[in-house]
Design a protein around this ligand. Structure first.
Ligand code: ATP
Length: 313
């Protein structure tokens, strides 16, 4: 089979979790349509509860969709449940593994589970790739948190899936390990694997992804190449507290996007990529303002959501 243009294609995908006990019915995905290009590193970015895991779990066959269609590697998940799932490797948020197996045994078991014949297994190669060769015979309980995460990724790779899905790969992981996991994800990508990852760290999506879909309340509110999306988040606010409260905006600053607050402070909106804070402060000083204190604010994901939903309205 020739490789498809899209690794994943979903159309009008919807999920309603039924009411249970005191919990009312929950519409976790509201008619999502999305095409994830083959060969990309694609980010699903959104706050807690946005519906990212639901989306992934539907693809993985762990959650049943309510309606809509989903294709993995050009195979419909209803018509070809086994073959379509064989095209993805999914790494979930929780670390789940048997503490009494060694990494080598864990990978062999996983390969057996996927029906990979002994002669086609590549346990040693995968352990090498995730940097666990020297731990091949250690018990899983002797591995550090970071090593366990890498073993989770290794397990998802045993059947050579062309698409790897990582659900919050670096949640709760320290900065150093986060960087080394990113490096490894990039390497897999360079070797041809399409990567889909969910995250609520803007920085992570920014660093890794070619394209980002922002999910909020079960809806995709933006889906764009990363540079385009970041340009929208480029706005900053500089707040200046002068030594003497101001009663008017100095004339030389009027051309800026500036606001005088009741407290006599100033708020200046600027584009970080265009103006830079140093240049702005210079202008403020040139206007004769003596600065007692200042702060900058950059839009949080939440603000971007608001901005985007208002733009769309
Ligand atoms: N099994 C379930 N039964 C009922 N409601 C659920 C179930 N699983 C998830 N939900 C609800 O569906 C919504 C979406 O949850 P989901 O786990 O997909 O979000 P998420 O974006 O992955 O969040 P997180 O980043 O916290 O994992 C949430 O409101 C959640 O409470």
């Amino acid at each position: 089979m020739s490789a498809p243009d899209y690794a994943i294609e979903v159309e009008n995908l919807e999920k309603v979790y039924a009411a249970s006990g005191k919990m009312p019915e929950k519409r976790a995905l509201q008619s999502i349509s999305l095409k994830i290009p083959r060969g990309s590193i694609f980010g699903l970015l959104g706050p807690n509860g946005a519906g990212k895991s639901t989306f992934i779990n539907i693809l993985a066959g762990l959650v049943t969709k309510t309606s809509g269609t989903a294709r993995i590697w050009d195979m419909d998940i209803d018509q070809h449940p086994r073959a379509s799932r064989a095209a993805i490797g999914v790494v979930n948020q929780e670390i789940t593994m048997d503490p009494f197996f060694t990494p080598e045994e864990a990978l062999e078991l996983q390969a057996g589970f996927y029906g990979v014949p002994k002669k086609s297994r590549r346990t040693a190669e995968i352990l090498e790739a995730v940097g666990l060769s020297d731990k091949a015979d250690a018990y899983v309980r002797q591995l550090s948190g970071g090593m366990k995460r890498r073993l989770m990724i290794a397990k998802a790779l045993v059947h050579r899936p062309p698409v790897l899905i990582l659900d919050e790969p670096t949640a709760g992981v320290d900065v150093e390990l986060r960087r080394s996991l990113w490096q490894y994800v990039r390497r897999l990508h360079d070797e041809g694997t399409t990567i889909i990852l969910t995250t609520h760290y803007l920085e992570e999506a920014e660093e890794l992804c070619d394209e980002i879909a922002i999910v909020n309340h079960g809806e995709i509110i933006a889906c764009e190449p990363t540079p385009k999306l970041l340009a929208r988040m480029d706005q900053r606010i500089l707040k200046i507290q002068p030594r003497e409260p101001l009663s008017a905006v100095p004339e030389s600053l009027e051309h800026l996007d500036i606001r005088l607050l009741k407290s006599g402070e100033l708020e200046i909106a600027y584009r970080n990529s265009e103006t830079g804070i140093g240049r702005l402060l210079e202008k403020v000083r040139e206007a004769g303002i003596s600065v007692a204190d200042l702060s900058t604010d950059q839009p949080k994901l939440e603000d971007v959501f608001v901005a985007m939903t208002t733009e769309a309205a």
